[in-house]
Design a protein around this ligand. Structure first.
Ligand code: ZN
Length: 278
């Protein structure tokens, strides 16, 4: 009961360590090619994964260009100041309720996409991203993981000048410029991650490790975020929750992203994502 879902050329694919398998072809058309609709039936994804043994791969993973595993989320949420040390470095008080903002779905790009810098104040934020499977409203924290399709890595690229251009700040705009939402490389079912609540999470800029923390540092954890959000709005398959970034962002040290910078984002059990700035 597990799968790793990828987006290759806009088509859903399952992957093993070396190969990718076109989902529609693998299942003889039982599961469609759209990565979004595949999230509506996790049982079918699990069943398809059982078919990988002995199946003909569509191609080698090393030769594939991956798109965002969830290309068109209906909603995409971000959570601000969700790690204590990051709130401290930002000189901000911890929010008493989750500080939610919108990351426009239009900013979502793939795990090797270029990040197009549009100001001198673009910043990186590596984050654990939760992908909703079965949607719902008023989901209890106890039931929350049953509503998760899987998890992936995200970069909540943030234009700090734009974010703080107005008072109070408008997080939404500063975090939603085109290409400012890389996710990937795969959507990984949670049973494949040994302990997603305590996984190493790092971000390197070129060869410099800037963020190095564990997901256990989340103040509002995944179940409480799902419970909180679903009490406000119905969650639907493919909705994204960027759960917040740990300490070490560029704004704290006044070192912002520059053209040519390589952003390497890694979460234990989920792989690595590399995005170059242009
Ligand atoms: Zn963030």
């Amino acid at each position: 009961m597990s799968f790793r879902l990828a987006n290759i050329g806009g088509r859903a694919a399952l992957v093993d360590d070396l190969h990718h398998y076109d989902l529609e072809r693998l299942t003889g058309g039982r599961v469609g090619s759209d990565p979004m609709t595949s999230l509506h039936d996790l049982g079918a994804l699990h069943a398809a994964n059982e078919m990988l043994d002995g199946a003909d791969p569509t191609g080698a993973l090393a030769d594939a260009t991956l798109g965002p595993p969830v290309p068109r989320p209906r909603n995409s949420f971000g959570v601000g100041l969700n790690y204590q040390a990051h709130a401290d470095e930002s000189s901000m008080e911890l929010p008493k309720a989750p500080l939610i903002f919108t990351k426009f779905p239009s900013c979502i790009v793939g795990p090797t996409a270029e990040v197009e810098l549009r100001s001198e104040f673009a910043d990186y934020e590596v984050e654990l991203v939760v992908v909703i499977g079965p949607g719902g409203r008023d989901i209890s924290a106890d039931d929350a993981w049953d509503h998760v399709a899987g998890v992936t890595i995200g970069q909540d690229i943030s234009d700090r000048a734009l974010q703080f251009a107005a008072k109070p700040p408008h997080f939404d705009l500063g975090k939603s410029r085109d290409t400012y939402g890389p996710i990937g490389p795969f959507l990984v079912s949670t049973d494949l991650v040994p302990d997603i609540a305590d996984a190493a999470i790092t971000c390197d800029i070129n060869d410099d490790r800037r963020q190095d923390a564990r997901t256990s540092g989340l103040i509002f954890d995944v179940p409480s975020l799902i419970s909180y959000l679903s009490a406000i709005t119905t969650l639907t398959p493919g909705d994204l929750i960027f759960t917040g970034t740990p300490e070490g962002v560029g704004a704290a040290s006044r070192t912002f992203l520059e053209p040519g910078d390589v952003i390497t984002s890694t979460i234990e059990g989920l792989g690595t994502m590399r995005n170059v700035c242009r």
